[in-house]
Design a protein around this ligand. Sequence first.
Ligand code: FES
Length: 283
Amino acid sequence: MLDKNTSLATNCPIPLFEFELPNGAAVPSHSLPADCFVSSEFYNFEFKAVWEKEWFCIGRATDIPKPGDFFTVTVGNEPLFAVRHGSGAVHVMTNVCQHRSMLLLEGHGNVRRIRCPLHSWVYDLEGHLLSAPALNDVEDFDKNGVCLPRIRSEVWEGFIFITFNESLAPIGDRLAHLSKQLVNFRISELSAATSLEMMPYEWDWKIYGDECYHCTHLHSGTWCDFYPTPESCIDEATPFSDPGRGIVAYELNSAVLDGAPTRTGKALHPLLPDLTERRNGHE
Ligand code: FES
């Protein structure tokens, strides 16, 4: 995650050697240093090292198919919204009014314009201020100079990615090889039955990405028929991994064709037509 030679690395409040795996460590027995989860200094460092530095997937463009469709999301400490413009483009902007910082939109829905609930400033779907009641004709107020800051974004295979880092290479370039490998999944054509709801959780995001140790315990009543043991179903030697481009992947191979943790034990959607049985989840 962190190149030791960067100034960022030298500003890390926890010595870097504490992150290194001891020789021969079994993964479940190793964890990040405890201060990563409790130190406010590290919390602030993390925003610079991760959240202000990388690309993040914030949702599916297929969730906002029509002009004016939007959803809101918070990345790091930044409230944002993604909206479909009449041109078909997806724009991601700050969800904070440029007047007195009121939150503009909540949840998801469809708007023709973006109207701030506090004093009714109105923005168009590209973030330009259209109207500011009682100020429109004030001589030294130039509404043309007001625009919601646009966040750099890209749509890759239907996924909306954003970054706060203007110098980062395009995500489409980084994932181009993956697009070729996954061509039979036709990912850009897939849409969710319901929009993904992003909820705030009272736990540290690093716990979610840290391990698969919990699977055979927490999910024993739901997943274990399909994934009996990590050894039998997790393939870490997958060709999808490309650490040089920041892609770290594993394959989860189900022991049951179209098995899923639903009431019927089956996936609710049909098998993807262009895939082999293995790629539809069956070894
Ligand atoms: S805070 Fe939005 S219009 Fe005043």
